[in-house]
Write a protein that binds this ligand. Structure first.
Ligand code: GZL
Length: 336
């Protein structure tokens, strides 16, 4: 909310009450109460609650942008619909929040609503997944992951494992379960596998299915695949939820998921649940995708409040884990 000195607000409120103006005194009082509160009002449009990763991301934002830290956070769950995100952002504009933050479900379709935010003079911070807009001045900062790099980490690890196993010339049958189509996480992770297929002519994509980053959908599509073939060497899942769903279906069909003598399952996110499957050997490789972006967003807002300029793109450092080196302590020491 745009701020007025407290004494001015109080005087206006007192005048309104004394002259017995209409019923909008309550609204005036409430609005001015908020403005007197001096909290930084942040409207946050979250994609949904589709995965453990997403839940951790929401928790990170809520704890960083808490009232105790000087914020009023207006949190909206878009239930995995871009239209709901656009409506939420428009509402934030009408509420004249100080900042808009959103994790875009998909990369495109944001120009118009971001122009509305700019016309209203409200800075926008994009987190997690990236967006594609011609005019990058439409948003102030992006903080998230380099998804193509995550995918390249995965395919390089797979090339090295197959070399170690003496399978560099073997035909490798790969099932590819993609995340939400059009999201930068899916586009980056898929692009890395597509490029690796060109580099490794002995790698064969058995099928490419949409798992939408959920355990339930991946279980369903993997069940369908197993009706047609069990000649599978690798399952490349674009997040932990999908990996768990695919493993559920494969184990029900009698397949073993293991890097040495079973199906090699590759996953992304490195949530505690995903890393537990790694410790059990069911997930061979888990590439980290860090959801703890709340503190980064708070830092960006504080710097903007001080009139500083901030870097427009920031990728969070990330690592990877595999079933050969993961330990229980490593898992217990993690923040999500
Ligand atoms: C990646 C994030 C993805 C996660 C999934 O930054 O957008 O969305 O990999 C989540 O778990 O659903």
């Amino acid at each position: 909310m745009k701020k007025f000195p407290a004494i001015v607000c109080f005087a206006a409120l007192l005048t309104g009450i004394l002259c017995g103006c209409s019923a909008d005194i309550d609204a005036t009082a409430e609005t001015q109460e908020k403005e007197i509160s001096n909290l930084i009002v942040v409207g946050f449009s979250q994609v949904g609650a589709e995965s453990e990763w997403r839940v951790a991301n929401s928790e990170s934002m809520k704890s960083a942008l808490s009232e105790a830290n000087g914020y009023e956070l207006i949190f909206d769950d878009a239930r995995n619909e871009q239209g709901n995100q656009i409506r939420a952002i428009r509402t934030f504009i009408q509420q004249d929040v100080d900042y808009i933050v959103f994790s875009p479900r998909v990369e495109t379709g944001w120009t118009s609503i971001l122009q509305e935010a700019r016309d209203a003079g409200i800075p926008v911070i994009v987190i997690d997944r990236d967006i594609i807009v011609e005019d990058r001045s439409l948003y102030t900062a992006y903080i998230g992951s380099d998804f193509r790099k995550e995918g390249e980490t995965a395919v390089t690890w797979l090339e090295n494992l197959l070399k170690k196993q003496g399978r560099s010339e073997d035909t490798i049958h790969i099932v590819h379960i993609q995340g939400t189509i059009g999201s930068s996480a899916q586009l980056g992770r898929s692009a890395a596998l597509d490029a690796a297929i060109v580099q490794n002519p002995n790698w064969e994509i058995v099928t490419q299915e949409q798992g939408d980053f959920t355990r339930a959908k991946a279980y369903e599509v993997m069940q369908g695949i197993l009706q047609t073939t069990k000649d599978i060497d690798v399952v490349y899942c674009e997040n932990d939820g999908e990996a768990l769903g695919a493993i559920d279906a494969m184990q029900e069909a009698g397949l073993t998921c293991n890097a040495d003598d079973g199906v090699i399952v590759i996953s992304f996110d490195a949530t505690k649940l995903g890393l537990t499957y790694c410790l059990e050997g069911k997930i061979a490789l888990n590439v980290e995708c860090n959801p703890l972006q709340g503190p980064y967003v708070a830092d960006i807002i504080q710097r903007l409040q001080q009139g500083e300029t901030v870097e427009q793109e920031k990728y969070i450092d990330e690592t990877w884990f595999d079933s050969y080196t993961i330990t229980k302590d490593m898992i217990e020491g993690r923040g999500y």
